[in-house]
Design a binder for this molecule. Structure first.
Ligand code: ZN
Length: 133
């Protein structure tokens, strides 16, 4: 694991949340992107070396909609940058962590991603991500 690449925050509406985070971080949203496979619309902010990803469900049955139904808006995941995502997935699986996808998936912001089940990480959904080259 290299560093925290971004944190993901589940929101009901990017339309209302983006202006709030622009004010909070005092920097504009630099990218919005829909990830069809995840039924999610994302908006990214850069704040110094840190990134924040806002996630809005693009479908009432999407994972973000379900998350908000259960827990309300708020912190959804913490993403760590890794060099070799497949090697890191293998290492973590051997350590007993449960991966939510067997193979790296194409995520937002030109990344390969893999999620770890929060049951084994004390309640925090962990994302691994590496650059898609
Ligand atoms: Zn993320």
């Amino acid at each position: 694991m290299q560093k925290i690449e971004h944190i993901g925050i589940a929101v009901k509406s990017l339309g209302t949340a983006v202006p709030v985070y622009e004010k909070l971080l005092n920097s504009p949203c630099y990218k919005t992107e829909t990830v069809e496979s995840e039924k999610v619309n994302t908006a990214f902010f850069q704040n110094g070396p840190n990134k924040v990803e806002l996630l809005e469900s693009s479908d009432p049955d999407g994972v973000i909609a379900k998350f908000i139904d259960k827990k309300g808006e708020g912190l959804h995941h913490v993403a760590f940058a890794v060099d070799d995502i497949e090697a890191e997935m293998k290492r973590l699986q051997e350590q007993g962590f449960v991966l939510l996808n067997e193979k790296p998936k194409a995520g937002a912001d030109n990344k390969w991603v893999c999620f770890l089940h929060p049951k084994h990480t004390h309640g925090v959904l962990i994302e691994l991500c590496s650059e898609r080259k």
